[in-house]
Design a protein. Structure first.
Length: 279
């Protein structure tokens, strides 16, 4: 099987690409600056490559930045996605689109299922939902919503909190937003499962369980054995530009039903991530 992976150098892409290659998948890696999905010429390259699948990870993911750079967020998350979708339709390949819990408003109060109607409350969420709607026009699509992604390397919440603890800096973390932290490593097998299948549609994929960002930070300290005061603050006190859903937990209902598998708890995943970093 031959697939194009956009965002191949991103947090998830740099782990997914070698995972797929190790399983015999021929991967065509696309990322900035060489490969800009908003440019018209990218469409012709898809037809030239004739992949059996496109895994679309590339996105404008700066939630607060999207409020100010609306044109850029719209261009990448919607127009770029639409650009890929048009050619995917022509060659009739599978299309896997990584989306977000931020397509929901957080008012439900219980975990969101795949069939729940999106209602984004920030511009990032709006553009990702527009991308979803473009992808859903295809016949052979997977929309994968995930949340609170982190990995062993790079810029993410886990590494930021760890570094602050090690430098003994003051730590303030929001305590009134609830979600499911998700380790990138734990998405690799599910994404491969979907790529091989014909069970098209929307899937929620996160580590199981949920917590607040404050509880997440406290668990990082507990696992590392670092006694450090962490001050809980409200979303309002954080002064972030974009609104955030207060409860954006996703239920992995469909993946469990179709594939008979469950993702491990966020606590176990976090422990492995932190311990691997120690090694």
């Amino acid at each position: 099987m031959k697939v194009i992976v956009t965002g191949a150098k991103g947090m998830l892409g740099r782990e997914l690409v070698p995972y797929l290659k190790a399983r015999g998948v021929r991967v065509v890696e696309w990322d900035l600056p060489e490969w800009d999905i908003t440019k018209p010429e990218i469409s012709g390259l898809i037809v030239k490559e004739k992949p059996e699948g496109i895994i679309h990870l590339a996105a404008f993911t700066d939630v607060d930045g999207a409020e100010e750079k609306r044109e850029e967020a719209y261009a990448v998350n919607f127009l770029g996605t639409e650009n890929l979708v048009e050619k995917a339709r022509i060659i009739n390949c599978k299309f896997l689109y990584l989306s977000t819990d931020y397509v929901f408003d957080g008012e439900k109060g219980t975990p969101y299922r795949e069939e729940d109607p999106p209602n984004p409350i920030n511009y990032y969420g709006e553009t990702k939902y527009l991308g979803e709607k473009a992808v859903a026009r295809l016949e052979r699509f997977f929309i994968i919503r995930t949340a609170w992604l982190y990995s062993r390397k790079g810029k993410n919440f886990v590494n930021a909190i760890r570094e602050k603890m090690e430098r003994d800096e003051e730590i303030k973390v929001v305590s009134d937003q609830i979600g499911s932290p998700t380790y990138t490593k734990d998405l690799l097998e599910p994404l491969f499962d979907l790529l091989k299948s014909e069970a098209f549609g929307i899937y929620h994929l996160t580590n199981s369980g949920f917590c607040s960002w404050f509880q997440f930070a406290c668990e990082i300290g507990r696992i590392l054995g670092i006694e450090k005061e962490i001050k809980p603050i409200t979303t309002e006190e954080s002064g972030r530009r974009a609104r955030r859903p207060k409860f954006s937990v996703l239920a992995n209902t469909r993946y469990q039903k179709v594939f008979g598998k469950e993702l491990r708890s966020w606590q176990l995943a976090l422990r492995e991530c932190l311990k691997e970093n120690e090694g």
